[in-house]
Design a binder for this molecule. Structure first.
Ligand code: NAD
Length: 713
């Protein structure tokens, strides 16, 4: 053995040829700071090894290298600029040393080569892969950009346009695409990968393949004319600004980095990459996006620990918007489902929706016709209650009426075995209240999906007073099997997500009552704060009737804060039977475009009606609109943490981002508070105290601010 460490080994594989093997002890292969240092040691040995003629990089794990260790990111981001720059310089020197070895080098890549893993293989002369390759640079998704030479070597290898596409979208490509765009030179079966790498190196050693020619472009300026340079980068900048928008600085910084370094050689280009990488690590956006990644990992770990028996047969009660979506998702992920309704028309609508979603998957090449037919056949529509009796998990998604739900749940329970679990998709009704109609309340919990089910990643799992841990575990595992992110919450009206959403809507009603223009509020909340939809638009999508009804449930649950608002615009629209998108009239009017999508337009009449209702018009600044909209939501999020409705800031922030579309670049309410500073938030929010109970800052937040603490470490 030439070199042996915890994560990397190097040894002769054939005369003159050394293989450098990534084989992390007790973990997947990552390029954490420790492994980077080991790579440096291994190279020092190779540089001094007499008789070395060629080097192969490969992995002993199912994935080559999954990337950097993201758990290390936040502390790296906090390191002084100077220190981070030095570390990047040190790491880049290692990859350049690998690139500059006086012998041919090849990476034999299996599975993932992402981020730092991709950058590592870019430093070798050749890359061959097994068919399961996923290679790419996802850094911009985390608010940063490649920092180990990716922005320098990738465009020099596969051309500016291809490289920009991968880097700015933070995407990875499969083996075929990598081969097509010149990122790899061959695809070979996994079992032949090592032998093929040896054979390639032998040919390079024998001079049959010109390895120096393969290496040369990576160390020299991009081969572009001035005109090509101008064209490529101006088009890319326009595209990136359109797609990423102004809140996400990483993709555009990556474009500008590659542009600036285009006519420079490798080492000068690397210096520019380092400089811009460091700048991005100083942004709140990078901290927020990395924070979401880490919170997601945290939630996944909780889910993993709760792994339990999966249903062999599921049933869904109600084939409406939600029931249809839940049935489709269950079938898609391999759990057959009985879909029960009392209305034949609903069943037909539910099946048609499932068919149309499956057809779209097939058209996009994500599913074969055979699998499509099989999936559709695994949804069994029925009007007959008895068909539900074989299910080991039943999700109730009938109308949001406690009496109807209580009857349906009790009737269903009587048909099921003692082992079966029941879950309700209610959006607001407390689970412990619904459990009163059941004989086995321990087998019952909430399973709150979001609309549209196939697209929204969050499912709230609600623990009633009597729900057993086993029931929670089984529903968590089912949600996870359905490809969703389950968050476990405690019971109360609205649970976590709707409990914090309705105070936000109340903030909106109060603004309109005080004479604000709803168009101006929507614009600020979308364009400046970054929500995917402003509150008026969101209410139209949720349904004004649904929101009005839910608002009443919340008012009953929290009368001191969420009681009826005088001259409430939501109630006004409801009285006018403007139910939003479902009847094409709400705050906006809707028409269906050629692609079947609802397009909104402004109705001057409704603006006047809302203003007359308020009795005045008033202009509010952006800051006031944001404060008046966000303070009620933020306060309620804090109350939910204080009361144990949600267990941790990490879970709360994931629920907000995945369930409501809270702007990812802000990371969630707790990350947002940490970013602006708790004391600053308290000082700002206190100015709005006269607006009522929704604007009273919880004591725990005030105290935390006084102690100068943060929610995240
Ligand atoms: P919907 O009106 O589209 O569908 C309800 C379906 O239940 C109808 O097809 C109806 O025929 C059927 N139904 C009524 N009584 C029944 C019974 N006794 N047995 C079987 N089926 C019966 O409603 P939806 O929007 O799908 O909402 C269903 C549930 O999901 C509600 O509790 C709602 O609060 C909740 N929810 C809705 C949303 C949403 O955005 N729409 C989001 C999360 C949760």
């Amino acid at each position: 053995m030439l070199y042996q460490s915890e994560n990397i080994q190097a040894d002769w594989v054939k005369q003159g040829i050394v293989e450098l093997i990534f084989n992390a002890k007790g973990s997947i292969n990552k390029l954490d700071t420790k492994t980077v240092a080991m790579l440096s040691e291994a190279l020092t040995v190779l540089e001094a090894t007499p008789g070395l003629k060629g080097v192969i990089l490969r992995s002993e794990k199912p994935a080559f290298i999954v990337g950097a260790d993201i758990t290390e990111f936040l502390s790296l981001f906090d390191a002084p600029e100077e220190e981070l720059t030095q570390w990047l310089h040190f790491s880049n020197q290692i990859f350049s040393r690998l690139e500059d070895l006086p012998v041919p080098t090849v990476s034999a890549i299996n599975g993932y080569a992402l981020g730092g893993g991709c950058e590592c293989v870019l430093a070798t002369d050749f890359r061959i892969s097994s068919p399961d390759l996923r290679i790419g640079l996802p850094e911009t998704k985390l608010g940063i950009m490649p920092g180990f030479g990716g922005s320098v070597r990738l465009p020099r290898l596969i051309g500016v346009d291809n490289a920009l596409e991968i880097i700015t979208a933070g995407k990875d490509v499969d083996a075929q695409t990598a081969l097509k765009n010149g990122l790899t030179q061959a695809i070979v079966p996994l079992e032949n990968l090592k032998e093929s790498a040896i054979s390639l190196i032998e040919q390079a050693i024998e001079g049959k393949i010109d390895w120096k020619a393969a290496r040369h472009p990576k160390t020299t300026p991009l081969r572009l004319t001035e005109l090509e340079h101008k064209m490529s980068f101006s088009v890319a900048k326009g595209m990136v600004m359109k797609v990423a928008g102004p809140h996400y600085p990483a993709p555009i910084t990556a474009v500008k980095t590659i542009e600036k370094a285009a006519f420079l050689n490798r080492d000068e280009a690397l210096a520019i990459e380092t400089e811009n990488f460091v700048k991005l690590t100083r942004t709140d956006v990078a901290k927020a996006l990395v924070g979401i990644f880490l919170n997601d990992q945290y939630v996944k770990n909780i889910t993993k620990k709760r792994h339990a028996e999966l249903p062999k047969q599921a049933a869904v009660l109600g084939a409406g918007i939600m029931g249809g979506g839940i049935s489709y998702q269950s079938a898609l992920k391999g759990i057959p489902v009985v879909m029960k309704d009392i209305n034949q028309k609903s069943l037909e609508l539910g099946m048609n929706e499932a068919l149309s979603l499956l057809q779209k998957r097939q058209e996009k090449g994500r599913m074969s016709a055979v699998d499509m037919a099989k999936t559709l056949a695994s949804i069994q529509p029925t009007l007959n209650y008895a068909s539900v009796s074989d299910a080991d998990v039943v999700v109730e998604a009938v109308v949001e009426n406690p009496k109807v739900k209580a009857t349906v749940l009790a009737e269903t329970e009587a048909l099921l075995t003692d082992h079966a679990v029941l879950a309700s998709n209610t959006s607001t009704i407390p689970i412990s209240l619904l459990a009163k109609s059941l004989k086995r309340p321990e087998n019952f919990c909430g399973m709150h999906f979001f609309n549209p089910v196939h697209r929204m990643p969050l499912v709230e799992i609600i623990k009633g007073e009597k729900t057993s841990e086993e029931t929670i575990n089984r529903i968590v595992s089912y949600a996870s099997k359905m490809g969703k992110t389950p968050i476990i919450v405690n019971d109360c009206p609205g649970f976590f997500v709707n409990r914090v959403l309705f105070p936000y809507f109340a903030g909106f009603s109060l603004l309109l009552r005080d004479g604000a223009d709803f168009l101006a509020v929507d614009k600020v909340m979308e364009k400046v704060f970054g929500w995917p939809m402003g509150p008026a638009y969101l209410l139209d999508v949720v349904g004004i009737d649904t929101a009005n009804h839910a608002q009443a449930v919340m008012a009953q649950g929290f009368p001191d804060r969420m009681g009826t608002i005088e001259r409430d615009a939501i109630a006004l629209l409801y009285e006018q039977q403007r139910y939003g998108q479902k009847n094409n009239h709400g705050f906006y009017n809707y028409t269906v475009d050629k692609r079947g999508k609802k397009q909104k337009s402004v109705d001057g009449q409704i603006q006047t009606l809302i203003q007359q209702n308020a009795g005045k018009t008033q202009e509010f600044s952006q800051d006031v609109i944001i404060a008046r909209m966000m303070i009620p939501m933020i306060n309620e999020v804090i109350r939910c943490l204080d009361e144990g409705i949600i267990a941790s800031p990490a879970e709360a922030d994931i629920a907000l981002v995945y369930g409501l579309g809270f702007p990812p670049f802000r990371g969630g309410v707790f990350r947002y508070l940490d970013t602006i500073g708790l004391a600053q938030f308290v000082a700002d929010a206190q100015q709005y105290a006269s607006l009522g109970s929704l604007y009273q800052i919880p004591e725990s937040l005030k105290q935390k601010a006084q102690r100068n603490e943060t929610y995240y470490p």
